[in-house]
Design a protein around this ligand. Structure first.
Ligand SMILES: *Cc1c(COP(=O)(O)O)cnc(C)c1O
Length: 217
């Protein structure tokens, strides 16, 4: 099932869109089913779970942290994480840079842009996000690279609301990528809204339940 699910999603989206298989709460066997058909990019939302899976699974897996980043956990993933999606404070950026330095790596991350009015959604307001990107302080950091934006739309049935939110993120992304060569990833779209996200310019989708089935928390 898992292999078929990935192939089905792959077959009806453009080649340039990268699929991150969100394997949170799912066992290693499920990840290996996707791995065996050549899938390598997986995402988790808890540092401890991702670190355990990193230890137990093949080392050519490309790990994405898609959860909200707690600054005290950054050190545990710094040695191996490939992309940190949910960065939304300057405090985290400073720690990511410091941990990158300790590990002699440049840590790639995305800033999470708040596009939903929902209280529970994390993320930076537009002004705060731009302020970080264009700050001298970030410019001087050698061990972190902000590669783009991650955004999550409101959990609603209204396609109009979701489309407006995604288009908003795409506009901010275009504005920054026009002047910043590192800015190339727009991570948006999940199982329920990835077609709409791609229509609106997403080039990285984060798919969990559509690949692995429903999660039992
Ligand atoms: C869980 C999660 C996903 C995947 O959600 P599905 O609806 O199962 O596809 C995507 N992004 C983030 C940040 C998540 O936490």
């Amino acid at each position: 099932m898992i292999d078929k699910n990935i192939n089905k999603i792959r077959s009806d989206i453009p080649d340039y869109v990268e699929i991150i298989a969100i394997s949170k709460t799912k066992p290693n066997e499920d990840i290996m089913k996707a791995y065996k058909i050549g899938h390598r990019s997986f995402g988790e939302n808890k540092v401890q779970e991702m670190s355990r899976k990193f230890e137990e699974l093949p080392k050519d897996i490309i790990w994405h942290m898609v959860g909200h980043v707690q600054s005290n956990k950054i050190k545990y993933m710094a040695p191996f994480v490939n992309l940190i999606h949910g960065v939304d404070s300057f405090k985290s950026i400073k720690i990511i840079n410091k941990e990158g330095q300790k590990n002699n790596r440049v840590l790639n991350c995305l800033l999470q842009l708040k596009i939903s009015q929902e209280e529970s959604k994390f993320g930076l307001e537009t002004d705060a996000l731009k302020k970080i990107i264009f700050s001298d302080e970030y410019d001087e950091m050698k061990n972190i690279k902000i590669k783009g934006i991650m955004a999550m739309a409101t959990n609603t049935n209204s396609k109009d609301i979701i489309r407006n939110e995604f288009m908003y993120a795409k506009n901010i992304f275009d504005e920054i990528s026009a002047v910043d060569n590192n800015f190339e990833i727009l991570s948006m779209g999940m199982s329920n809204d990835y077609h709409l996200a791609i229509e609106c310019g997403s080039n990285m989708i984060r798919i969990g339940s559509l690949i692995f089935g429903d999660r039992n928390y």
